[in-house]
Design a protein around this ligand. Structure first.
Ligand code: GRF
Length: 194
């Protein structure tokens, strides 16, 4: 299988996946990066690994619908089997959703439905988990729908909150768990196990 990664931020998950692809541990092929953010760190990782990337900055389009159409046109050229959202902070538009329904996956660093939704990303998620005194947290991979962090859950992995847990320690442990979970998910999807 082949897929496109959509990312708006630092891109550490993209970097990890490209490294796994280089060593032969990632079985489906990453075809391209699509970002909405010209300053996304993910672009540097794409450049470093020679991955084609496309920046579709929404502010350069007349409206959301025109942006959605441009994303769909690009995807129609690239012809991926599925899309992986790895820190993509814009809503996927209705045209792309319709064309790829059930084939767009997002990774989120909490056990959804808890600690998801608009504005819940990065360290904010872990801060909320710690403030609520949760005993476990984890990672969710789910199908993407019209609402943020809301579609059917495909995979979850959890970890206990440690007695001396800090925001930094939780963030870095969840990031590791997230990478491992995504890699297994992608390889299972490629093998038709999901
Ligand atoms: C990941 O933790 C993912 O769960 C969330 O955004 C983060 C992306 O990190 N949706 P990075 O940009 O790949 O470093």
């Amino acid at each position: 299988m082949k897929f496109v990664v959509l990312a708006s931020g630092a891109g550490s998950i993209l970097d990890f996946l490209l490294q796994q692809q280089n060593t032969g541990s990632l079985h489906p092929k990453i075809q391209a990066l699509i970002t909405n953010n010209p300053r996304a760190g993910a672009i540097q990782f794409a450049q470093k690994h020679g991955l084609p990337y496309h920046c579709l900055d929404i502010s350069q389009y007349n409206d959301f619908e025109a942006w959605d159409r441009a994303v769909l046109e690009l995807l129609t050229e690239i012809q991926p089997d599925f899309l992986l959202l790895a820190g993509f902070l814009k809503k996927i538009g209705p045209l792309v959703l319709k064309a790829f329904r059930g084939r767009i996956f997002n990774t989120h660093p909490s056990l959804l439905p808890k600690y998801g939704g608009q504005g819940m990303y990065g360290r904010k998620v872990h801060a909320a988990v710690l403030a609520a005194g949760e005993r476990i947290s984890g990672v969710t991979i789910h199908q993407v729908t019209e609402k943020f962090d809301d579609g059917p859950i495909v995979v979850q992995a959890d970890t206990s909150i440690l007695p001396d847990e800090t925001l930094d320690s939780l963030e870095s442990r969840i990031k590791l768990l997230e990478k491992e979970t995504i890699l297994n998910f992608l390889n299972d999807l490629d093998q038709g196990l999901i």
